[in-house]
Design a protein around this ligand. Structure first.
Ligand SMILES: Cc1cc2nc3c(=O)[nH]c(=O)nc-3n(C[C@H](O)[C@H](O)[C@H](O)COP(=O)(O)O)c2cc1C
Length: 348
């Protein structure tokens, strides 16, 4: 029996975990509709995560995927933070903000003992990781809880590494994908490939199931990836405008505007490259800049600016994460989107 049949998914469609724009409501809707709903944990406090896991458990539905980041947390660099604040100072002045509004607390915690204990308690069917895998002693706990482990690879070398270090399925994250690049062996963006190219090459080096992610937004895209040998697809951007997502009105408007067509990789919002719709900050500073402090500390000085700008109806300082293909973003309940794709792809 295939891994996905074992999980009890009706359709080979995984809703990509998307920190900051969704919670359990979207995950519940997708799993109820026959796909695999995902809950992003990267930006949740332990108490928030417990609440969300409780909601999933209470639903009596399954399966679910709980997603974590597993970057190595470094201390902030005060010199880099000061330089960043200095560069942002003119914007602070423009929005009437005090420099003291800056926070240096990390905005995203990597997978840790507290998370592992919650996985053991709630026993999700799948746990997925971005930026590699956690330390072996933590991964053992995830597996002991009965979860299948999925992890993102952005190169063939990363896929091979994940296969050797305990992943049960590889997510081939192509360059088209919205949100953070999951790379962890090399930060050379020149090594990154588009989804179908990456998929074909990863399939050639592993017997593990490979999930295609990046730029897939409709039934034709799903059918195409499955025909190429993907065991399932993972779709994020296509869910951004659905009713159950918490995507802000400004973010939704940017997706539907002509600017939605223009995305770029940027490190300005967190310190790591991620794909989003080009906005004022990216245009002014250049999307990739040495000025941005390392992950995840770039977001601290931007948070007050983003809040003030958004209050004024301006998304120029917000991370407008989206993939290159926004043509599938529709304002519908997730179940209706999935039903359309299933019909188009002939999965029904
Ligand atoms: C708004 C947004 C937030 C994302 N956040 C996460 C995340 O928290 N964890 C993760 O593993 N991937 C995250 N991703 C990446 C997705 O897992 C996936 O690789 C991507 O959505 C696939 O490309 P697509 O957006 O073109 O469908 C995010 C993507 C988007 C668009």
């Amino acid at each position: 029996m295939s891994l996905f049949a074992e999980l009890g998914m009706r359709y080979l469609i995984i809703q990509a975990p998307m920190a900051g724009v969704q919670g359990s409501e979207l995950a519940l809707a997708v799993t109820r509709a026959g796909g695999l709903g995902s809950l992003p944990a990267a930006m949740l406090t332990p108490a928030e995560l417990r609440g969300e896991l409780g909601r999933l458990a209470q639903s009596g539905l399954g399966p679910f995927n709980i997603n974590f980041f597993c970057h190595r947390q470094r201390e902030p660099d005060p010199v880099a933070l000061a330089r960043w604040q200095q560069r942002l100072a003119p914007y602070y002045a423009e929005f009437g903000l005090e420099p003291s509004a800056v926070t240096t607390a990390p905005s995203r915690a990597p997978f840790n003992e507290v998370h592992a204990a919650m996985v053991a308690e709630f026993r999700p069917a799948v746990v997925s990781f971005h930026f590699g895998l956690p330390a072996p002693e933590l991964l053992v706990q995830v597996k002991a809880a009965g979860a299948k482990v999925f992890a993102s690879a952005t190169t063939v070398a990363e896929a091979v590494w994940l296969a050797h270090h305990g992943a049960d399925a590889i997510i081939a994250q192509g360059l088209e994908a919205g949100g953070h690049r999951g790379h962890f062996l090399s930060d050379d963006l020149a090594l990154q490939q588009s989804t179908l190219t990456l998929l074909a090459q990863i399939l050639a080096v592993t017997d593990l199931p490979v999930i295609a992610a990046g730029g897939i937004v409709d039934g034709k895209g799903i059918a195409n990836a499955l025909a190429m040998g993907a065991s399932a697809v993972q779709m994020g951007t296509a869910f951004l405008c659905c009713h159950e997502a918490t995507t802000s009105a400004l973010h939704r408007a940017a997706i539907h505007s002509p600017e939605g067509q223009q995305t770029a990789l940027t490190n300005l919002f967190s310190g790591r490259p991620a794909r989003g719709i080009v906005n004022r900050l990216m245009r002014d500073l250049g999307p990739l800049s040495d000025l941005a402090p390392h992950f995840p500390y770039a977001s601290g000085a931007l948070a007050p600016l983003r809040a003030a700008a958004e209050k004024a109806g301006d998304s120029g300082f917000s991370p407008l994460w989206a993939g290159q293909n926004v043509s599938g973003c529709r304002d519908l309940p997730a179940s209706e989107l999935i039903a359309c794709w299933v019909k188009e792809a002939g999965l029904g």
